[in-house]
Design a protein around this ligand. Structure first.
Ligand code: HMG
Ligand code: MG
Length: 302
C-alpha cells in the first residue's frame, strides 16, 4: 500500500504581484490599473497582498507612486498589506504613508546584494536593525526576504550554510517571517526541500515562507517538495507577473492561479476563490497587453 506525505491542512498564499510583479515592467502602469488590480485581488479571498515598495524611485521607477498607492487605498478588514522597505529612508517613507506592515530584504549572495541594494550582506543586516526597531515600536509585523537561496545570477552556486546563516540573523533580529527567495528560478525540488529543512532546523517552520520564480518551470514542483517538509506560507504573483530588475532573464514568480489550483486539487485550504483570481489575472494580462503566464489562467473556463 502506498503512503503519502503529510501536507498542511491550510496554506497562506502571499500575493506579491503588485510589487514583485509590476516592479519589472518597462511600461508605465497607470495608478488606475494598479488600483483596479488591487481591488480585484481583495475580492479573491487572499489574506496577504504586498502592496508596493518604498525603494529608490530612480532605481525602480514602477514603484515611484508608492505614497499615492497607500494614500488612496482603503484597507479591507482581515487583509494584511506589507510593503517592501530597503533601508531607514524607505521605512520613514512607509511610516509617513501609513503602512501597517513591512518586508525588508537581503540576500545569500554578496554579488547580488551589491547589485540589488548597493551594499554587502552585513551592511544590509546592520541597516535593517533600526528599521526593525522602528517597525516594532509601531507594532508592525516584519517579514524578511532572502534572495538567491538556490542560486545567483552573478555567483552561481550558493551554499545552503550561507542561507541558514542569513536566515538565523534575520530571525534573531526580530523578523516575524522569513521568505526564502529563488530569485532567478534555478532551484529544483530536492535542493529546495533540503535548503528549507536546513533553515528550519533553528527557525520554526511556521515562520518560514517560500518564494519561487518560475524561470525553468520548476516552481510548482519546488513548492510541493517544500509543502512535504511542512511549509505553510507560499508567495506567488497573479498571472505570473514580474521578475527582478537586478536579475536579468529571470521570469516572474509562480502564478498565484497555478498555486491555488494545485493546493485546491490536493484538498489544502487557501480561502481563495479561483474564479475571482483567474479574472484578476486576465484583467492585468489584458491591461499589460501580454499573454497570461499562468497555465490555469489561460485554460480556466469562467
Ligand atoms: P543607494 O544609492 O545606495 O542609497 O541606494 P544611499 O543610501 O547611498 O542614498 C542615496 C540617495 O538616495 C540619497 O538621496 C537618499 O536619501 C536616497 P540624496 O541625499 O542623494 O538626495 N534614498 C532614497 N530615496 C527614496 N527611497 C529610499 C531611499 N534610500 C535612499 N528608500 C537603495 C540604496 C536600497 C535605496 C537602492 O539600491 C534601491 O532602492 N534599490 C532597489 C532594489 C530593488 O527594489 N530590487 C527589487 C526588489 S528585491 C526583489 O525583487 C527580491 C524579492 O522579490 C525576493 C526574491 O525574489 O529573491 C524580495
Ligand atoms: Mg521575487
Amino acid at each position: 500500500m502506498s503512503t503519502y506525505p503529510d501536507y498542511p491542512e491550510r496554506v497562506t498564499v502571499v500575493e506579491v504581484g503588485l510589487r514583485d510583479g509590476l516592479q519589472n515592467e518597462r511600461q508605465v502602469i497607470p495608478m488606475g490599473v494598479k488600483q483596479s488590480l488591487l481591488h480585484r485581488l481583495e475580492r479573491t479571498g487572499l489574506k496577504t497582498i504586498e502592496l508596493t515598495g518604498f525603494v529608490h524611485p530612480l532605481w525602480v521607477p514602477q514603484l515611484a507612486d508608492a505614497e499615492q498607492m497607500l494614500a488612496e487605498h482603503k484597507p479591507v478588514k482581515g487583509i494584511r498589506y506589507p510593503v517592501l522597505v530597503p533601508n531607514l529612508t524607505g521605512m520613514q517613507r512607509a511610516l509617513s504613508a501609513g503602512a501597517s506592515e513591512i518586508a525588508l530584504f537581503t540576500a545569500a549572495s554578496e554579488g547580488f546584494n551589491q547589485k540589488n541594494i548597493n551594499c554587502s550582506i552585513e551592511e544590509s543586516l546592520q541597516r535593517s536593525t533600526p528599521v526593525i526597531e522602528l517597525a516594532k515600536a509601531n507594532n508592525m509585523r516584519v517579514r524578511g526576504y532572502i534572495s538567491c537561496v538556490l542560486g545567483c545570477p552573478i555567483e552561481g552556486k550558493i551554499e545552503v550554510s550561507e542561507v541558514v546563516r542569513v536566515a538565523e540573523r534575520l530571525y534573531a533580529m526580530g523578523c516575524d517571517e522569513i521568505s526564502l527567495g529563488d530569485t532567478i528560478g534555478v532551484g529544483t525540488a530536492l535542493k529546495a526541500r533540503q535548503m528549507l529543512e536546513a533553515v528550519a532546523a533553528n527557525i520554526p517552520m511556521q515562520q518560514l515562507a517560500v518564494h519561487f520564480h518560475d524561470t525553468n518551470g520548476q516552481a510548482l514542483a519546488n513548492i510541493l517538495a517544500c509543502l512535504e517538509a511542512g511549509v505553510q506560507v507560499v508567495d506567488s504573483s497573479v498571472a505570473g507577473l514580474g521578475g527582478c530588475p537586478y536579475a536579468p532573464g529571470a521570469t516572474g514568480n509562480i502564478a498565484t492561479e497555478d498555486v491555488v489550483y494545485m493546493l485546491q486539487g490536493m484538498g489544502i485550504e487557501t480561502g481563495i476563490n479561483l474564479d475571482a483570481l483567474v479574472a484578476a489575472g486576465r484583467f492585468i494580462s489584458g491591461a499589460l497587453g501580454r499573454t497570461n503566464a499562468s497555465a490555469v489562467g489561460r485554460a480556466w473556463k469562467l
